[in-house]
Every structure is written in structure tokens, then in C-alpha cells.
Design a binder for this molecule. Structure first.
Ligand code: EAX
Length: 326
């Protein structure tokens, strides 16, 4: 180490410890996996503003975008042990903590944004959120990642047969893995922070995500084909550490819930805006887009997976979501 870098390192260390010592005790660490201009970023900004407003500046939020606090599973583990205060995350890894969320990850379960919002914001969604405290977590609100679409670098995928043999990165989620295995693809569960490099190096052929994520993570740089499969609605959650929550007054808990609702709405607005205008952007970036995906054939091909889900979650519970009306 040269004297110059040594000095710089010392100054940095000094600066950091000063910052830690001077940190406002009520500044909370919020992590998410995408960039600040993503739907998660919009959500975090809106939530932070609302919380500061409601608490008259008592509670502030410091954002850690782009996996700075680790992948989604790691951030949620951090919330459990109290090293991370707030997380905006997809439900991808959440079933490993709160198994009751897994039912929401079933492919082709939600027909539309309205249907998903009605279920998640209604009694079914509330029942699931109520399971979090038993598992060492607080869930403040349902947000949205969006309908997921398949990308790959091997061939255009229009029919389920086209997906056969493709090595597809899935989230660390058994429901999603079951679906891709049933389609004859080779599901490879992997944390999101590893995904770009895995696509670039060809460790996997493809991945699936909502348009907003594909855009924000710049997957068009490493993927040639996008199929608008819309095969599963991907909910998101705003999660809080019980280490913070348990010490709040009832009034403060109300502020957090209200701020999270505002954050969730901002997330949905941005996710849906990206879905509406993002495909054109991805085309401009050079992706070949398969718009006329044979969605019915995908649903039929997934029948054996549905039989498994019915065994696991109960057909009645699945139908209750599928047929839910406000
Ligand atoms: O939450 O892991 C994933 O593919 C997620 O959709 C992504 O991290 C955004």
C-alpha cells in the first residue's frame, strides 16, 4: 500500500466511524435489488417521503439499492436478525421464510393487475401478512414486481416445446422451479445478484422477470430473445425487522403502515408503466420479441404442476384466489 492510498484508507475509515457515531438513531436502512430509478426505488423514495412527513422528520430512511445489502434472501435474513431494517423484495425467496406466501407464486394464478391487487389487498392477502410475525418478520404491505416474461439467448420461445432443454435461472422458489421442470426446461435457482454474469458467461441460457426488471438490470445486453409469456404474477412485499417494529408505539406503527401503502402504490404504478412502455425500449435495445406466445399451450403443459400445487396447497385454497371477486 502506498502512503497515499494508506492515507486515503485511513481518512475513509475515520469518515465512516464519524458517520456511524453521528448517525441519527432513527435512520433506517432499506435494501432492494434494483437501481434507484426502478419500481423498487420509486417505492422506497415514496415511502421515505411519507414517513418523514408523518413522523415530522423523526424517522428517516437511507436507501441501499442494487443489492448493496446482498440478495433478497440475504436482506430478509438481515431483517430477521436486525441488521437490515426494511426490505423491498419480490416474493421469490419469501416462501423459505413464510411458507404461506408460496401459493401466490403459482403460474397463471392471477388474471390481471386488478385481480392480483384485489386478492392481495383483501382478506386473503391480510391472512398471509399475518403469518409473518410467527416467522420473525413484519410485512407492512404487498407491492408489485409484475408479470414475468422469459428471455434467453438460444432461440425464440413461442410454444412450450421451445423451452425444452433450456437452462433457465429461476428464483430460489420451489413453486417456480416445479413449473420450469414440468415444462422440460432445466431450472437453475440462483440469487439475483449473480444473474447478469451467469447470463453473460452462458452458465444459464435464460431467465424470467417482469419488463421493469429486465430493463433496469440491462438484460438486453446479454439476452437476445424476449417472449411475452406473462407466465406468473410476481408479487412484492415491504418487509420490516421486528427489532425496530417491536419498539414502536401504536402511533408510529400506523405511520409505517401508511407510508408502506404509499410506497406499494408507487411500486405498482412504476411496474405497470414499465410493462406498458418497456417492450418497445427492449426492442430498440436489440431484443427479438415474441409477442404471440401460445399462452394456452403453456397453461396446458403445466397441468402436472397444477396437480402438485393442489396437493401441496389444497385445491380449495387455490380456487379461492383464482375465483376471488371483491
Ligand atoms: O425482485 O430475483 C428476481 O428475479 C426478482 O424478480 C428480482 O430480484 C426483482
Amino acid at each position: 500500500m502506498t502512503t497515499k492510498t494508506l492515507l486515503a484508507a485511513t481518512a475513509l475509515g475515520f469518515g465512516l466511524s464519524l458517520a456511524a457515531a453521528g448517525a441519527n438513531a432513527d435512520e433506517l436502512k432499506l435494501g432492494y435489488s434494483l437501481g434507484p430509478d426502478s419500481h423498487y426505488g420509486q417505492s422506497a423514495h415514496a415511502m421515505a417521503d411519507k414517513l418523514a412527513e408523518l413522523s415530522d422528520g423523526k424517522w428517516t430512511i437511507k436507501e441501499f439499492p442494487a443489492n448493496a445489502l446482498g440478495g433478497e434472501r440475504e436482506m430478509v435474513e438481515g431483517a430477521q436478525i436486525g441488521t437490515v431494517d426494511l426490505v423491498v423484495t419480490s416474493t421469490g425467496p419469501i416462501g423459505n421464510f413464510v411458507p404461506e406466501t408460496l401459493i401466490t407464486d403459482i403460474p397463471f394464478l392471477f388474471k390481471s393487475y386488478d385481480h392480483a391487487h384485489a386478492v392481495l389487498d383483501g382478506p386473503i392477502g391480510e391472512e398471509i401478512l399475518a403469518k409473518f410475525p410467527d416467522n420473525g418478520l413484519i410485512a407492512l404491505a404487498w407491492g408489485e414486481n409484475g408479470f414475468r416474461n422469459l428471455t434467453n439467448s438460444v432461440r425464440p420461445v413461442k410454444e412450450p416445446e421451445d423451452a425444452k432443454g433450456l437452462k433457465i435461472r429461476t428464483m430460489e422458489n420451489p413453486v417456480h422451479m416445479e413449473a420450469f421442470e414440468t415444462l422440460g426446461a432445466l431450472p437453475t435457482p440462483m440469487a439475483f445478484p449473480e444473474l447478469f454474469t451467469a447470463l453473460q458467461q452462458g452458465t444459464v441460457d435464460g431467465q424470467e422477470n417482469p419488463i421493469g426488471v429486465i430493463l433496469n438490470a440491462k438484460f438486453s445486453e446479454v439476452q437476445d430473445y424476449l417472449s411475452l409469456t406473462q407466465h406468473v404474477y410476481s408479487p412484492a412485499l415491504i418487509i420490516m425487522s421486528p427489532a425496530v417494529w417491536n419498539d414502536l408505539s401504536d402511533e408510529e406503527k400506523g405511520w409505517f403502515k401508511e407510508a408502506a401503502k404509499v410506497g406499494a402504490q408507487a411500486m405498482r404504478d412504476k411496474a405497470e408503466a414499465d410493462a406498458a412502455d418497456g417492450v418497445a425500449q427492449l426492442k430498440e435495445q436489440g431484443m427479438t420479441v415474441v409477442e404471440d406466445v401460445d399462452v394456452e399451450a403453456f397453461q396446458e403443459a403445466l397441468e402436472p404442476a397444477y396437480a402438485e400445487y393442489a396437493k401441496q396447497f389444497g385445491k380449495d385454497n387455490i380456487d379461492r384466489i383464482r375465483n376471488y371477486q371483491e
